[in-house]
Ligand binder design. Structure first.
Ligand code: KG4
Ligand code: ZN
Length: 334
């Protein structure tokens, strides 16, 4: 059995990322050019700036990925690229780079769903066992996905409004913290106490859906009301109270779904999986059960291309191929 090397490309948001992965499970090189510094002063990702950076960076990052991997184009079996969801102008750069390279080098092309990528980031840590439940928590997503096998994704719950990471970023902004706010709130929360009882949106009895906009508004109102009374709330306590509400709901719903579907593994993916409070909450909950919990290391939680190559490898093995009509799809469904 010959080793299969997949080149992965990811440009859905503000990271220009290229990676080479062996057999879907081994990272050979994983290069990420982050644009955070360019977006910081605007308090969030500016789509037009993101696209321009991707154009500047993409060829540099591809070359770097090959240099670090010490392998040649001849060794590459296929090219996997994020086709969506994400920012359309950003996605277009990766998709067109992948198409151009696939055409020039005569390699198969595979479009990958960004969330499938986040899920497959966990496969570098441990082999999957099905059925498997994935909690995806990022700046754009909060989803529970049930998998019966490789490449099979069944969406059982999702946010009805804001994504978890979006709520983190918005609350951070109100607290005057720089973008991206998630890691900052995480840090503050570890120094504070849960002194405010913010709402938890449980929704209907059997729903695995989420909602974070009510929580976000409650935090914003609490801060503004205090300001009107001439008080300033302790930022650490606000962060700890907000985080407790997010972690409670994410943990409880994930646990309930894991039990209900009798899964063999629970995996966590997306930028918010880096959150210390969420990690601790999930670990505490699943510790007393027989269900193994996988959370990827920090550098694999946030956007990268190794995860896209890993998900692309599975699609490749299953014979899935994209045509030359592959296009960026900002609202691609799972
Ligand atoms: O997966 P990701 O890199 O990009 C998207 O696909 O969205 O996730 C980025 C999101 C941002 O909202 C960021 O604030 C959040 O993940 N994030 C965190 C932490 N680290 C990143 N949120 C909470 N706690 C963290 N430690
Ligand atoms: Zn992401």
């Amino acid at each position: 059995n010959k080793d299969v090397y997949i080149l992965g490309i990811e440009t859905s948001c503000d990271e220009t990322a290229v990676a080479i992965v062996k057999n879907g499970t081994e990272i050979v090189s994983n290069t990420v050019a982050s644009q955070i510094d360019s977006h910081k002063r605007f308090g969030g990702v500016v789509p037009e700036i993101a696209s321009r950076h991707h154009v500047e960076q993409i060829t540099v990052v591809i070359e770097e990925a090959f240099q670090k991997a010490k392998i040649l184009w001849d060794d590459i079996e296929a090219i996997a690229v994020t086709e969506g969801p994400g920012l359309v102008g950003a996605l277009l750069i990766g998709v067109n780079a992948a198409k151009g390279l696939a055409f020039a080098k005569q390699k198969p092309l595979i479009g990958v769903h960004h969330i499938a990528g986040h899920i497959y980031a966990n496969r570098f840590e441990r082999e999957f066992e099905f059925p498997l439940l994935a909690l995806i928590v990022s700046g754009g997503h909060t989803e529970l996905v049930l998998m019966d096998g490789h490449g099979s994704y069944d969406l059982i719950g999702e946010t009805r409004d804001d994504a978890a990471g979006e709520a983190y970023d918005k609350v951070a902004r109100v607290l005057g913290l720089p973008y991206p706010g998630g890691p900052q709130i995480d840090q503050l929360a570890s120094e504070g106490n849960e002194t405010i009882n913010f709402p938890r949106a449980w929704l209907e009895e059997n729903s695995y859906d989420f909602s974070f906009s009510g929580l976000k508004s409650s935090v914003v109102n609490t801060i503004h009301n205090a300001a009107q009374r001439g008080e300033t709330l302790n930022k650490e306590d606000v962060a700890a109270s907000f985080q407790a509400s997010v972690v409670d709901v994410l943990t409880a719903k994930t646990y309930k779904a894991a039990e209900h579907y009798n899964v063999k593994q629970v995996i966590v993916a997306g930028g918010v999986a880096a959150n210390q409070g969420l990690r601790a909450g999930l670990e505490a909950k699943f510790n007393d059960t027989l269900i193994p919990l996988l959370i990827p290391p920090l550098n694999l939680c946030t956007d990268n291309a190794a995860m896209i190559a890993a998900a692309g490898f599975v699609a490749y093995e299953q014979g899935k191929r994209s045509g030359w009509d592959l296009n960026a799809n900002p609202s691609l469904l799972m």
